[in-house]
Design a protein around this ligand. Structure first.
Ligand code: ADP
Length: 284
């Protein structure tokens, strides 16, 4: 980790990020299996014996934050979401926050330079606190960011979460955050018929406890127009990142079968962590 922060900080990446982005071909066609790249599953090695350096990919609203955060608790590595870093910056009143507000509220991506600076600061703070390993959520989001990350460290695994776009839209519009404790909820009740032989997708709302219910806010970029623009930007700039990791044999593609109760055990299975969770629960 020290090497990552040092290299991110080093001047060498600045000229690199100024080079133009190179887009790779888009992803392969969908299949009905939940895990489409099972052979890439991490080995069944006790996570405490490994330094976990994973990235989570996936369209806005797919649940990167939810599953990355659960895995971070299970594995004892930090969950670092660049979207959270951007929102923290937005809540300050720096000149940068004004610039970011405009970009985020148009559904566009922040520049590689700004996002890498925010991420470097977060990694440095973690290093000071003795953190090791990470689960990155929302980074890399461009091929250039993936190349820079690849230059400075080894990524073990890229987990690509998938849901159909109509489900993603409902999820984004139903998303609510408690203004006080920061927890995420979702008021959408999703029941979408599966197409092309795929199963139906049902998700019950994730409702807040009474003490959060009166403090719910909606993200300013979760309006229909901005969400649709974020999907467009994802398909254009972030989908090629899937191919970047697929070409390196590091991509696991996971079709979420439904909400957290159905998806979490299957994701653990796909990551070869199902017995790890059982052993931890038994030891608790
Ligand atoms: P989403 O729900 O779209 O996945 P995030 O919470 O990850 O949202 O990010 C919110 C916003 O922060 C993005 O729309 C983008 O403007 C900015 N952002 C987050 N991560 C990155 C990144 N790696 N590169 C560029 N911009 C980013």
């Amino acid at each position: 980790m020290a090497a990552v922060t040092r290299l991110f900080r080093s001047s060498s990446y600045v000229p690199l990020i100024r080079r133009s982005l190179s887009a790779a071909p888009a992803s392969a066609s969908s299949e009905s299996a939940q895990v489409r790249s099972q052979s890439n599953s991490p080995p069944r090695v006790d996570p405490k014996d490994r330094n976990i350096q994973w990235v989570f990919l996936g369209c806005p609203g797919v649940g990167k934050g939810t599953y990355a955060s659960r895995l971070s608790t299970l594995l004892g590595v930090p969950h670092i979401a660049t979207g959270d870093l951007v929102r923290e910056e937005l809540s300050s009143s720096t000149p940068l926050s004004k610039q970011l507000k405009q970009i985020v509220n148009q559904g566009k991506l922040v520049s590689d330079e700004i996002i890498i600076n925010l991420l470097s600061k977060r990694l440095e703070a973690g290093e000071t606190n003795g953190e090791s390993g990470f689960i990155l959520d929302g980074f890399p989001r461009t091929v250039r960011q993936a190349e820079i990350l690849d230059d400075v460290t080894h990524i073990d695994l890229a987990v690509n979460l998938k849901l159909p776009e109509n489900v993603l839209l409902e999820k984004c519009l139903g998303r609510r955050i408690c203004d006080q404790c920061g927890k995420n909820f979702n008021v959408a009740s999703i029941n979408v018929k599966g197409e092309n032989g795929n199963p139906d997708i049902k998700m019950v709302p994730l409702l807040p406890p009474p003490h959060c219910a009166s403090k719910l806010i909606t993200r300013s970029d979760d309006t229909e127009a901005i969400v649709k623009e974020r999907f467009r930007v994802y398909n254009d700039k972030s989908q090629p990142v899937e191919e970047f990791y697929r070409a390196r044999g590091k991509l696991i593609e996971f079709d979420l079968p439904g909400g957290i109760p159905e998806s979490w055990p299957k994701l653990l299975e796909a990551l070869n962590l199902d017995d790890y969770e059982d052993r931890r629960s038994a030891a608790a």
